[in-house]
Design a protein around this ligand. Structure first.
Ligand SMILES: Cc1ncc(COP(=O)(O)O)c(C=O)c1O
Length: 391
């Protein structure tokens, strides 16, 4: 989680002083445009567009890519409901894919779920853990699918030297208060594709037809109002300056803590799709009981307890309910798509046995090393106790 401080306070004050609080029109301010140029450069894409949330960014990315009713979109069974809800919001149907031991979408299961209705894949880089993008892009190229990276939980993180969000055809960021860049609520769409960019911009702003869309020959269509304000743009400029230092602190702590945790025989450090540059850290036990007992300490979270991210708890998706029956995406689907406990049992099993270990970027490195050593000692007791309880 990125902190807000003096720089953001000054940034908001500048917007108030200027009286230019919006990004379009006569009272247009400079901050959001400037942020987008800087963000695109940092992430390594041609176009970045700011919106009011990560959910809006996903919806704009899907609209930008032309995904709609009758399409199936592959999403991992471990993510925040927004990933699947964004798919349903454009009239398409989310199809769940298992995660593997990396805690990200399983490329083998993904390939097995592709059919003639599949239009896109949304790999999700959960808790700063990056997906196997080489395998995913290879499948997508071969099967002619669009890749929309949900990088909401991994803003700025790299996969083999490239920033996530820049590897697929389009990417989505969230800037809500839990994320690597935090302005309370916010998001961005990233792409190298001019047409996706133009369509995403059209959808994010119901009045966009009055503003023009550059040289792209794309007929106008009805949009929403997902616009960012100049307060957002100004704060995001301040947050962007803090992003790499934050990620560097995370990386350092992750490296040190992983080296200490590797000494334990009582859990496995989850494999990572780019270990050299890893930021996120999870450990896997052999039973749910052990993982739950381990999570009873500071800085450790049992993924099963973060129940909002478990697909069986995504109530409106499980119920397959849209705001109006005629807008029901599942009524346009060409087959029945299920969301039961039997749909992705491997994901449920992994979530029950895995704990996230916070890398504590706001704390000194020696303290985090000390904590890692206490985790190793605690794991010995926990596993010993559970083994003797079952003996
Ligand atoms: C993986 C993932 N996708 C999408 C979103 C949606 O972002 P927002 O809350 O900014 O709408 C989130 C936010 O928590 C998320 O964690």
């Amino acid at each position: 989680m990125a902190r807000l401080g003096f720089r953001e306070w000054i940034a908001v004050g500048q917007v108030i002083a200027s009286g230019r609080t919006v990004r379009y029109g006569e009272k247009k301010g400079p901050f959001t445009d400037r942020f987008e140029r800087r963000l695109a450069e940092k992430i390594g894409v041609k176009f970045a567009h700011t919106v009011n949330s990560g959910t809006s960014a996903l919806i704009c990315a899907l609209v930008g890519a032309g995904v709609g009713p009758g399409d199936e979109v592959l999403v991992p069974a471990y993510t925040w409901v927004a990933t699947a809800a964004a798919v349903a919001s454009v009239g398409a149907v989310p199809v769940l894919v298992e995660i593997n031991e990396t805690m990200t979408i399983d490329p083998d299961d993904l390939e097995s779920k592709i059919n003639e209705n599949t239009r896109a894949i949304i790999p999700v880089h959960m808790i700063n853990l990056v997906c196997d993008m080489d395998a995913i892009m290879e499948i997508a190229d071969r099967r002619n699918l669009i890749v929309i990276e949900d990088a909401c939980q991994a803003v700025g993180v790299t996969y083999k030297g490239r920033r996530v969000g820049s590897i697929g055809h389009v990417g989505a960021f969230s800037f809500n208060l839990y994320k690597n860049m935090n302005i309370g609520e916010g998001g961005a769409v990233l792409t190298n594709d001019e047409r996706i960019y133009a369509r995403a911009r059209m959808y994010h702003d119901v009045g966009s037809y009055t503003r023009g869309h550059g040289d792209v020959d794309e007929p106008v269509f009805i949009g929403q109002n997902f616009k960012a304000t100049e307060f957002d743009g100004a704060m995001l400029n301040a947050q962007l300056a803090k992003l790499d230092p934050l990620l560097n602190r995370m990386q350092k702590r992750r490296k040190k803590m992983a080296a200490i945790l590797a000494a334990s025989d009582n859990f496995d450090i989850s494999p990572h799709n780019d270990p050299e540059n890893a930021v996120g850290l999870t450990v896997r036990f052999s039973s749910q009981e052990q993982a739950a007992a381990f999570a009873d300490r500071r800085g450790v979270f049992h993924l099963y307890d973060r129940s909002r991210h478990i697909y069986t708890n995504w109530e409106p998706i499980v119920a397959r309910r849209a705001w109006h029956p005629a807008f029901d995406p599942w009524s346009h689907a060409k087959r029945d798509v299920a969301y039961t406990a039997q749909t992705c049992p491997k994901t449920l099993d992994l979530l029950s046995r895995v704990c996230q270990v916070s890398v504590g970027e706001q704390y000194p490195l020696p303290l985090m090393s000390y904590l890692a050593r206490t985790y190793v000692a605690a794991s010995k007791d926990i596993v010993g106790e559970t083994i003797s309880a079952h003996a």
